[in-house]
Design a protein around this ligand. Structure first.
Ligand code: BDR
Ligand code: CA
Length: 315
């Protein structure tokens, strides 16, 4: 059984939508969640590394969690507690962790697992890319040991933290730049697709009606996103981080464009913007370095995410 499952590390900053990605990954039958690495982002590292274990405890699994960076490689720390609350989970009840933090640091664990799984390891990244940036600096051979990175971050159009930049990239543009230039096959699930992969309030109510602790928790996190995202004209709660995890599980639900994507690290107004040649006549001579995910089969995405959370109710 184990041999057929896709080994995955989830690098995250839980975070309400990271929490749903964790629930999605923790019991996905086709995936082996070999480690969770936490990074500072939505809230501080003490809270993200705690929340990852709280959510895994809610999921009933003891996947090891390792702490990583407590702030960006460069620049000032930018949190998003106005979205995720002071505790990072909007105060929504979740159990205290049933297991301690793992011994070891995120970037060392990423390197060790990459070697252990012999180029089969997929990394799903749903926070600022600091842990991966540091791993790539510390272990220059890492790119040839990783199968793919699927990341939630970036946008080709407008941002959600500045007019130009999406939060995960804006929070550590230099780390993101290292990742985008690493040569590792990349899949970018940015606002282009996450704003199309939303749950309506009715769909959230249906999820909550399942009544399991996991479905109720997920629905409550989603419910808080509906009103917030009206400002982006999204008719529901976008599933930012679950989108990246779902891509790792069911890529056929999505459409993308192979293209060049770079990260603006300077810029008077554009620091942290992901720049792409996907839609321009002018193409970068260096060629494609990523798949830009542009579309999701929203109804199937909602149905499958709901089914996967409903499966927690089964013995
Ligand atoms: C991303 O930013 C964070 O606040 C969310 O957890 C998600 O990863 C969306 O821009
Ligand atoms: Ca996140």
């Amino acid at each position: 059984m184990d041999e057929n499952r896709q080994p995955v590390i989830l690098d995250c900053d839980p975070g309400i939508d990271d929490a749903v990605a964790l629930l999605l990954a923790a019991r996905a039958p086709e995936l082996k969640l070999v480690a969770v690495t936490a990074v500072a982002g939505n809230v501080g590292l003490d809270k993200t590394s705690l929340n990852a274990r709280r959510v895994l405890t809610l999921a009933g699994v003891a996947v090891p969690v390792f702490a990583g960076a407590s702030g960006p490689m460069f620049g000032e720390q930018v949190t998003a507690d106005e979205v995720h609350g002071a505790d990072g989970l909007l105060g929504i009840p979740a159990p205290e962790p049933a297991f301690p933090l793992g011994e070891g640091t995120a970037w060392d664990v990423i390197w060790q697992k990459a070697q252990e799984y012999g180029k089969e390891l997929v990394i799903v990244a749903t926070g600022p890319l600091t842990n991966l940036g540091i791993a790539l600096v510390k272990y220059p051979e890492l790119p040839s040991h990783i199968k793919r990175i699927v990341l939630m971050g970036g946008a080709t159009d407008f941002g959600n933290t500045t007019p130009a930049a999406e939060y995960n990239i804006y929070a550590d543009p230099e780390a993101a730049d290292i990742v985008f230039r690493s040569g590792i096959p990349l899949v970018m699930c940015g606002l282009d697709v996450t704003h199309k992969a939303y749950f309506t309030q009715d769909e959230i109510d249906q999820l909550e009606a399942l009544g399991t602790p996991q479905a109720v928790f997920a629905a409550r996190t989603m419910g808080c996103g509906v009103e917030w995202h009206q400002r982006f004209l999204v008719p529901g709660a976008p599933m930012h981080d679950p989108c990246a995890m779902m891509y790792a599980l069911e890529p056929e639900l999505f459409e993308g464009i192979s293209c060049w994507i770079g990260v603006e690290c300077q810029g008077k107004y554009t620091r942290g913007k992901t720049v792409t040649d996907a839609y321009s006549d002018a193409k970068m001579s260096s060629g494609s370095n990523a798949t830009l995910v542009t579309q999701a089969d929203r109804e199937t995405f909602v149905a499958h995410l709901t089914e996967r959370l409903a499966a927690y109710g089964m013995p």
